[in-house]
Design a protein around this ligand. Structure first.
Ligand SMILES: CC(C)(COP(=O)(O)OP(=O)(O)OC[C@H]1O[C@@H](n2cnc3c(N)ncnc32)[C@H](O)[C@@H]1OP(=O)(O)O)[C@@H](O)C(=O)NCCC(=O)NCCS
Length: 201
């Protein structure tokens, strides 16, 4: 998935300066709370330009396998931490893309972390969007992947899109479980390394 475009959001704003969530995001239903399987409370909210340092930390928590499952290729940590790349992934063209992050703040230390990211990108000229999700290895199997995808589907419905599609590698068991649970159609082909999945809304 590489259709991310930069937009004109204020690059000078740091994470500390910007509000955790803006009124318009709350109004648009883009911010939600979620309780992980172990009881940890997190927020799902749109990514912001000031998230660059948090995204850099997030990428350091990912195994090579998780990166491969998400991008269908290996990408070195150095490449993933490149400034231009981080700027690009933290800036979304809000007309055609929604990127949600799972935001966790440790109440005792005050330390903020991103535990997962999900993207919904509208396809040009179609009433359809592609989705992709990625969860930090340490926080997988806590319900975050399912919740991220569930929220992105809801946002696609709210935006009156007709279809949500995606692609996963055939040995991605976790993602197969999630898309099946959320009602996507897909077919395993013996001769194909990846599986297209589609949900009609
Ligand atoms: C796929 C991914 C997003 C799932 O995230 P997650 O937070 O672990 O998902 P959930 O906790 O909601 O788990 C969903 C189901 O998959 C199962 N599961 C999770 N990881 C699993 C694993 N490695 N092996 C087998 N089952 C697994 C969970 O137990 C759960 O099953 P349940 O609903 O029956 O309890 C995460 O593994 C990940 O980031 N992988 C790398 C990137 C990727 O594959 N992205 C998808 C392609 S776009």
């Amino acid at each position: 998935m590489n259709q991310i475009q930069e937009n004109q959001i204020d690059l000078t704003q740091t994470s500390a300066e910007r509000p955790a969530e803006s009124g318009s995001e709350l109004a648009a239903g883009l911010v939600s709370q979620f309780s992980m399987k172990d009881g940890t409370e997190v927020s799902l909210r749109p990514i912001h330009p000031g998230d660059e340092p948090l995204m850099a930390q997030f990428h350091q928590t990912l195994s090579g396998r998780s990166v491969y499952m998400r991008y269908f290729c290996s990408i070195s940590l150095e490449a993933r931490l490149a400034h231009e790349r981080l700027v690009r992934i933290c800036h979304v063209d809000r007309e055609r893309e929604v990127a949600l992050v799972v935001d966790y703040t440790n109440k005792s230390s005050g330390k903020q972390q991103i535990l997962g990211v999900g993207r919904l990108i509208k396809l040009d000229g179609q009433n359809e969007a592609e989705v992709a999700i990625l969860v930090s290895d340490q926080y997988q199997k806590q319900g975050l992947g399912t919740e991220l995808l569930r929220r992105l589907i809801q946002i696609a419905r709210d935006q009156k899109l007709h279809r949500v599609s995606g692609e996963l590698l055939r040995d991605n068991l976790a993602m197969q479980i999630i898309v099946k649970k959320l009602g996507f159609r897909f077919r395993l082909c013996a001769d194909s390394a990846s599986i297209p999945v589609v949900l009609e809304l």
